[in-house]
Design a binder for this molecule. Structure first.
Ligand code: HEC
Ligand code: HEC
Length: 472
């Protein structure tokens, strides 16, 4: 369809974003320009080299997720619509195929009258017709035995289903969860980084920094104390998932605004109906679906897991040395890592711990919540699974590398009144912190062992990845 645009669509001319592509004998000269100052707030236009045989890729980024019309013209007077595209999560890219016509121009136009494209499952998301498998998993034998069995924090009222985890995955990656639609859970919990954040402190919707380092999420399903966050202030995962949304620094949203916003998207009412039996979007359902997705982030495919199944015949000599040290096996009986980083999930049993990072603690952890001196410096230990990917380390991200962590445990543990017993020297003066005095080779072996906990299936599996459709 040829549409003579100028008057009907261009005024107000300042609502237009314009791109010119000029094709001359298969050469392309492109400039991207924002004409007029006032396209939808925050929208920008970019052009990148084409991939997959395209001559160029047009990219529109627009936190308002408006509908944009992609048009082409040979004479800059008559414009032909190529596509009307509703943005999801703030951006889309569209490849431009090679064209025979010389001097073809392209533009992306915002038209207030064309904003009604419904966001159906098929155009908003890249999801298969039937949900991926999050529940029928073959877990290693030890996961169905004690103590891991008893550490499962899945409540009977929120059993994970494939479609529920799928809805949770969509929510997890959706920037609509933050007030200005710029931040999703995944902004601070990055799949390639074991669902942690490579930055020491994460950046909230308004540019503010979080007070603590983001936590990796692999195997968060298993934790005997059930609680979440470094200071365990969330009693359950279902409680936790609504907290970043309402946090004034992280996402800055109210639950009412969120349920209204999501209920306006047909793809959400569709997914809520499939998950919960009716299309109603409620904060309780949002919290449950997010918790289902987080619980489904399960790592059991690491080199360590293959080692458990093969008596560690797959380990190098160095990794086996590191394993002996970590688990305090003869002659390393004095090393206590596994006391606090126990089971095949590398989490503690009944205790929350103080590992002697400093004294006094700047961030008092549980002590800041309870106001009790005996709680100062007590922090949750997140699973060490994928620890290689979740740097930096500790609640304040103070250590950039695992080598620094090992150096700390070897010689840097500080004497604190609440230092947990496994890190106190036995036989030494009262309150003396444990010193490991490992050789450089032994320290390197301990690091090598921790790297056997890396599980590429978690950091790359499509079922944990961003499901939004950003075009091509
Ligand atoms: C702006 C960054 C940011 C955003 C957005 C964010 N998180 Fe976090 N997340 C963090 C930080 C930082 C912590 C640790 C905070 C603390 O303990 O005080 C954390 C902790 C957690 C934990 C606790 C893990 C454990 O083992 O106790 C979970 C679960 C979690 N986030 C899930 C989510 C979900 C789900 C969302 C989206 C609804 C989300 N996060 C959004 C930064 C973020
Ligand atoms: C007394 C219990 C205890 C012992 C023993 C212990 N840790 Fe820890 N570990 C903790 C606590 C508590 C934290 C979190 C502390 C914080 O952030 O304030 C932690 C954090 C870590 C982290 C960083 C986790 C992250 O996600 O940032 C690594 C890695 C680690 N420990 C490795 C080890 C190794 C290796 C050993 C043995 C040499 C060891 N730990 C011994 C309690 C312990």
């Amino acid at each position: 369809m040829n549409r003579p645009t100028p008057t009907r669509h261009e005024p107000p001319a300042h609502r237009m974003l314009r791109l010119r592509g000029v094709v001359i004998a298969f050469a392309l000269i492109v400039t991207a320009s924002l004409s007029g100052a006032q396209s939808p707030s925050g929208a920008t236009l970019g052009i990148a080299p084409g991939t997959n045989g395209n001559i160029a890729t047009v990219k529109v980024s627009d936190p308002g997720n408006f509908v944009w019309l992609l048009e082409s013209s040979t004479n800059l007077t008559t414009w032909t619509e190529i596509a009307a595209i509703k943005l999801h999560n703030g951006s889309f890219a569209r490849g431009i195929l090679p064209v025979a016509t010389p001097n073809l121009s392209f533009r992306a136009v915002f038209d207030p009258a064309r904003q009604t494209i419904p966001s159906a499952l098929t155009n908003a998301l890249l999801l298969p017709a039937s949900p991926l498998n999050y529940t029928a998993l073959t877990l290693p034998p030890r996961f169905s035995q004690q103590p891991i069995l008893g550490q499962d924090n899945t409540p009977a009222t929120n059993l994970t289903t494939d479609i529920g985890a799928t809805l949770g995955r969509v929510l997890f990656y959706d920037k609509r969860l933050s007030t200005n639609q710029t931040v999703s859970c995944a902004s601070c919990h990055v799949q390639a980084n074991g669902f942690s954040d490579p930055r020491q402190f994460s950046v909230g919707f308004n540019g503010g920094l979080t007070g603590r380092n983001s936590m990796g999420l692999a195997n968060a399903r298993w934790y005997q104390r059930q609680k979440f966050f470094w200071d365990e202030r969330a009693a359950t995962l279902e409680d936790q998932t609504l907290m970043p949304i309402q946090d004034s620094l992280e996402m800055g949203m109210t639950l009412q605004a969120l349920t209204n916003r999501l209920a306006a998207e047909p793809f959400y009412t569709n997914l809520f109906a499939q998950t919960f039996g009716s299309p109603a979007v409620t904060s309780e359902r949002i919290s449950k679906a997010l918790a289902q997705f987080v619980r489904s982030i399960i790592s059991t495919q690491s080199k360590y897991d293959a080692g458990v199944a093969s008596n560690f015949s797959n380990f190098t000599t160095q990794e086996n040395l590191g394993r002996q040290i970590f688990f305090g096996q003869t002659p390393f009986n004095f090393v206590t890592c596994a006391t606090c980083h126990g089971t095949d999930n590398f989490v503690p049993g009944p205790n929350i711990n103080n590992n002697g990072l400093e004294s006094p603690y700047v961030d008092k952890g549980l002590g800041a919540l309870t106001g009790l001196t005996q709680d100062e410096g007590l922090f949750k230990v997140p699973s060490l699974r994928n620890i290689e990917l979740t740097a930096p380390y500790m609640h304040d991200g103070r250590f950039a590398t695992l080598e620094q962590v090992v150096e700390f445990y070897d010689s840097g543990v500080v004497n604190h009144p609440n230092l947990s017993p496994p890190l106190k020297a036995t036989g030494g003066a009262a309150g003396t912190p444990l010193r490991l005095n490992l050789t450089p080779q032994q320290k390197a072996a301990l690091v090598a062992f921790m790297k056997t906990l890396t599980d590429p299936s978690v950091s790359t599996d499509a079922k944990f990845s961003d499901p939004f459709n950003y075009g091509n």
